[in-house]
Ligand binder design. Structure first.
Ligand code: SF4
Ligand code: SF4
Length: 362
């Protein structure tokens, strides 16, 4: 087994130490934010039609101007952010959006913050990869399956497996996986159709110093229309245990309590907000706006009661999460789990502090 940080692979930009997380929490600051660039909703531009896309497409969402992105990045930096994740809307590397994507990344890079870009990889080429590399970007590209039929079904796009494999090769040839921590991640949402392939994908990541970003789906957006793709918690447990029997430390030295997003999600612990032209949200999965960037400062959002409670979840968790040993906050190490996924909990129960109904550990 090969890894770049002791026993497990970390991605540059989210490789925070526990001291950094604790310090950010104590001063009620941030370590990262997510920003949606491009137009959302009905005007979303994408080269794929994933049947599990997390975006709600009913409304039209106008995009941020570069001036607005600049001011968001500036304020996030003043609150301690080290990383800006570009997540949504649509695919940022299609030709019609390339220029604005690079302009946004240049703003982040000039501010000496780390850009992380999520892409489906379908439009990747050598020129794009080399420019992203120069701009200090970490990339999370996608691979759902090594089966071409399953992969095409999950993107609704032709020849997608070969194109995604091509993207991974170009990114590796450009050197994204040659650093420590690595700058290359592979995002694999777990579905009914690919759940038995996780060990193979994990092996590929471990061999090539690629951050394995397995993700249990959020019950939001298109997945509501395609519930047959959604795995129940027993199936998630089975597929993840098959990975951990091969690589016991793949998700961290102490094993993993929950896997909403690569490994246990600590975003609410260390401080992170998701910002779109429609609002400032606690994270990309919790569809509860804390205000709009046009009239609300990020600092005000951080000072809200909701964020305060989410940062101190161990006090407010209910149900099974309340007394769960994995969620204990001992101030010496990061909790193994911090209430699972609040996005899923909110979407499925309407109560932000309820037990996570999809926890596969308890
Ligand atoms: S709580 Fe869930 S939706 Fe929110 S950032 Fe964590 S994994 Fe994502
Ligand atoms: S019961 Fe809650 S806190 Fe415990 S492992 Fe499950 S999701 Fe995490």
């Amino acid at each position: 087994m090969k890894s770049n940080s002791g026993s497990y692979i970390q991605l540059k930009g989210i490789d925070f130490t526990f001291d950094e997380m604790k310090e950010s929490r104590e001063r009620n600051g941030l370590l990262r934010i997510g920003v949606a660039i491009g137009e959302g909703g009905k005007k979303r531009q994408c080269n794929s039609r994933c049947p599990y896309c997390f975006e709600e497409k009913e409304t039209i969402i106008k995009k941020f101007s570069l001036k607005q992105i600049n001011s968001i990045v500036k304020e996030a930096k003043s609150l301690g952010a080290k990383t800006i994740v570009i997540i949504g809307f649509g695919e940022p590397l299609i030709p019609s959006r390339l220029e604005e994507t690079f302009l946004a990344i240049e703003i982040i890079n000039k501010s000496k913050l780390i850009p992380i870009l999520f892409t489906n990889g379908l439009s990747m080429n050598k020129e794009i990869a080399s420019k992203l590399h120069e701009l200090n970007t970490s990339i999370v590209t996608k691979l759902n399956s090594f089966n071409p039929i399953v992969q095409d079904y999950l993107t609704r796009s032709k020849n997608s497996l070969e194109r995604m494999k091509g993207s991974i090769k170009i990114l590796m040839d450009t050197g994204f996986n040659k650093t420590s921590p690595t700058r290359l991640g592979l995002e694999t949402p777990i579905f009914f159709d690919n759940s038995n392939e996780l060990p193979r994908i994990a092996k590929f990541c471990m061999k090539n110093n690629i951050y394995p970003y397995f993700e249990a789906l959020k019950f939001t957006g298109e997945i509501r229309k395609n519930p047959h793709l959604y795995l129940n918690r027993e199936k998630v447990r089975k597929s993840l245990e098959s990975v951990m029997s091969l690589y016991p430390n793949i998700f961290g030295t102490n094993g993993i309590a929950y896997i909403p997003q690569g490994r246990c999600c600590l975003q609410h612990y260390y401080g992170s907000l998701f910002i779109t032209p429609n609002g400032i949200f606690p994270c990309s999965g919790v569809n509860y706006s804390l205000g709009n960037i046009r009239n609300t400062k990020l600092r005000e959002a951080l000072n809200s009661e909701i964020i305060h409670k989410l940062r101190n979840l161990h006090i407010h968790l209910q149900g099974k999460c309340k007394d769960c040993k994995h969620a204990k906050d001992n101030n010496k190490n990061a909790p193994l789990c911090f209430g699972g996924c609040r996005g899923n909990t909110f979407n499925l129960t309407g109560n932000l502090y309820d037990e996570d109904p999809l926890c596969w550990r308890n």
